[in-house]
Write a protein that binds this ligand. Sequence first.
Ligand SMILES: Cc1cc2nc3c(=O)[nH]c(=O)nc-3n(C[C@H](O)[C@H](O)[C@H](O)COP(=O)(O)OP(=O)(O)OC[C@H]3O[C@@H](n4cnc5c(N)ncnc54)[C@H](O)[C@@H]3O)c2cc1C
Length: 502
Amino acid sequence: MQMVGGKFVKHFDLIIVGSGAGLMVMEAALSKGLQCAIVEKAKFGGTCLTKGCIPSKMLVYPADFIREAEESGRVGIRTPHPEIDWDAISKRMWDQIDFSKSIENSLKDVPNLTVYKGIGAFTGPNSMAISCEGKEDEIIYGDKFVIAAGARTFIPPVEGLESAGYVTSETFFGDKFPKKLWKSLAIIGGGAISAEFAHIFSAFGTKVTIIARSEILNKEEKEVAQFVGRQFTKNGIELLTNSTILSASAAGGKKYITIENSITKRHTVVECEEIFAASGVRSNADALSLEKAGVAVDKHGWIVTNSCLETSNEAVWALGDINGKYQFRHKANYEAQILIHNLFSDGDKKEARYDTVPWAIFTHPQVAHVGMTEKEAQSKGLSYRTAMNHYSEVVGGRAMGYRDGDGDNGFVKVIISEDKKILGVHIVGPQAAILLQPFVYLMNVGYQCKKTKQAMSARELDSLRILCPNIDTYEPINDSMVIHPSLNELTAWVFEKLNTAQ
Ligand SMILES: Cc1cc2nc3c(=O)[nH]c(=O)nc-3n(C[C@H](O)[C@H](O)[C@H](O)COP(=O)(O)OP(=O)(O)OC[C@H]3O[C@@H](n4cnc5c(N)ncnc54)[C@H](O)[C@@H]3O)c2cc1C
């Protein structure tokens, strides 16, 4: 409690807004004996648990299963098209989301913690109003604030879309979850979330159309995006790329989207049972009245943070989706760990590093990405070499039925600097995420060195090279044994091709 204007008000050492990765900072603060408040307007656990990574994967896995069963003929197993028990699949998904209730219950009666279920918005540099439905706003004060309030779906301004009605990932994992599988679905957007839902519903038998402004998966390596596009088409997903949506409407139980192809200028009308908006994300900062706290946002509304996750208000830090840098839960967790160190430990501050943020797109075929694309390496003027290895070139892949020239014969592509540093790795095909992870570890080796190369004397640099000649290079892969015949050979043996690549 603290006296403000002659009144006692609630005062905390730390106020955290958002219960996704924000919970990690909260737990660390509590373990230090700090008085904390956590403010959450929706389900506890954040987007990943309640409407993102986790429930979506409960649907992706059965969809993978269906595609694998369909493809099993190539290894001599013929299966009829699997029967889908949507109720059972949905239940597994809701059971995961409901873990949120256990989190909320576990927060009750935690010493030093006050839980606010409501919307937080700054009223000044160190005060926040909490509004809960049916209650008067409560003002709370804090010495420090951590904003981990995330992002939400960006809804494109399309004429008629609101009245036609649509679902987003938020409403799909909420009140618009379909009791029965849709017969047809038009997905607006060509990014990762679109690709995951397209895979899920096409595998379950829904006729899926993707409407994308440019090409699909345009953050991926070009060959990877094209490969996924071809597999989507093979699996019956209609791709309407380079398409601008002109309007949407609903009539007679159907929805319609009129699009214009930006190259041919041709108009097409897409008919569907439901529209899924997966058209990117926008910041949740707009509800936080950040201007009252002097917290700067960029032109898109993302909170501006430096590498120590500090904002323009020295009492406010921000992490996760809301800082606009790589919207993945593992990136938010990584930032939470850095912030925990910077807020609660003595010694040098840690800085977040964003050049090795990995990600996977859990579509079919699976995609995994770390580091630069070839286009990025070119735009930086770097000298590099590339190499590719296909699944059919290793026994593990051939055992799965991949043959040279098969349309779905996925690959790994590496982009390597002249001094053997790993600049980028891109994988498309089975287990891409698992196959990528060792590269992420390698790319982080050497990061412990406090000094930058530029700051080191030539002598220091030389001794570092003698001690750790392999730092950040692919050499440890070349020097290691690789379990035979496992799919790891796909990624380990790609380096043999570097000499023959451009
Ligand atoms: C369909 C889908 C699939 C995804 N799949 C993956 C995946 O496979 N892997 C991956 O790494 N990432 C995935 N993501 C992204 C991932 O969910 C996010 O990157 C991650 O949840 C961000 O965590 P966060 O802590 O920054 O924010 P969030 O988890 O979004 O938490 C923010 C919380 O703040 C609350 N909040 C917001 N404003 C206020 C306010 N003013 N007052 C009080 N509370 C507020 C929100 O209700 C929310 O609970 C997916 C996202 C979606 C939508």
